[in-house]
Design a protein around this ligand. Structure first.
Ligand code: MG
Length: 325
């Protein structure tokens, strides 16, 4: 790639010097793929992501295989990647999932809850409070076992059934997750409807409720093209953990648009331009996403991947309909 493959760096005062990217492509990305990806391909994907400089790569999920058949191979996959030199958190939905993860030596786990009753019912078949009651002993036990615990919170900015989500509701569940022992929270804009002012408002309210910015990560979706604007807003507030998915893999099953997770390449491009260190080699990461797109038989939706490859990711000729869409 030529020098044209990098943005000019012009730092913006007040931004963090470094951002930790929490890479979710292998879990959040692949769990939304229709096609089951072979275990060895997933392992190679995780290896390449770590090789590109990502320091936190969410590897898989120990949810019940019937819920997420795409990740039913967690027991076979995790041992293939667990010795890589990176943080490799895994998703656990309940005590059984935690047992499975701990048995394989996982030392970072993530639990998930919803800010809204509708999504809690749809995704977990429980109320919000029932979910919290299930998670409390899971988090406590994980901490006793010395595991780091992240809490994902879905629907923090909008819900496909309920519409706008009152910030107080989000703050209440965040507080509960912190109080039960989560060391980090990921605020999910699961349908991608958030805009920048809403981001600042929620972060400020969380701080007022005693949740420090240092424990907060953001998980934006690009459904309406707002993911980078929302991310920059969060960085200006002091957030230093940002979730992203290599190549923009995955999305939300409740949003019709093909665009879902913020693409890691798009994030790295912006941060590089701002002089914010991520440790990521953009060329290696882009090559990884092009390779993965070939495995999946369709182009990466990442704007940066497309721009850097001159549309090469579009040229795999597997999906002519998508190429013209
Ligand atoms: Mg996501």
């Amino acid at each position: 790639m030529t020098a044209a493959g990098l943005p000019m760096t012009v730092p913006e005062p007040g931004l963090p010097a470094r951002v930790r990217i929490h890479e979710v492509g292998a879990r959040d990305g692949l769990q939304n793929e229709q096609r089951a990806v072979p275990t060895e391909v997933k392992a190679e994907f995780v290896r390449q992501l770590v090789g590109a400089g990502l320091t936190t790569v969410e590897a898989t999920s120990f949810v019940h295989p019937e819920w997420v058949p795409q990740l039913a191979d967690a027991e076979r996959l995790f041992p293939l990647v667990r010795d890589l030199d990176a943080e490799l958190p895994v998703l656990v939905p309940n005590a059984h999932g935690l047992d499975r993860a701990l048995a394989l030596g996982a030392d970072r786990v993530a639990v998930f809850a919803s800010a809204t009753e509708s999504f809690a019912k749809a995704n977990l078949n429980r109320t919000v409070d029932e979910t919290l009651a299930v998670l409390a002993p899971v988090v406590a036990r994980a901490r006793e076992e010395g595991a780091h615990v992240r809490g994902y919170l879905s629907m923090c900015f909008g819900d496909p059934w309920e519409g706008p989500v009152p910030a107080e509701q989000v703050v209440r569940v965040c507080r509960a997750l912190i109080d039960m022992g989560c060391e980090e929270l990921s605020l999910g804009d699961t349908v991608g409807v958030a805009t920048a002012g809403q981001v600042t408002d929620l972060l400020t309210r969380l701080n007022t409720a005693g949740v420090p910015t240092g424990v907060l990560g953001v998980h934006f979706h690009d459904t309406y093209g707002q993911a980078l604007a929302n991310t920059l807003t969060a960085l200006r507030h002091g957030v230093t953990t940002v979730d992203a998915s290599a190549g923009g893999l995955g999305g939300c099953p409740f949003a019709r648009s093909a665009t879902g997770n913020l693409a890691t390449e798009d994030l790295v491009w912006m941060l590089r331009g701002l002089g914010v260190d991520t440790g990521v080699d953009l060329d290696l990461l882009t090559a990884t996403s092009v390779w993965m797109a070939e495995q999946l038989g369709r182009p990466s939706p990442s704007r940066t991947v497309r721009a850097l490859t001159g549309g090469a990711a579009d040229q795999s000729a597997h999906t002519p309909k998508e190429r013209t869409a």
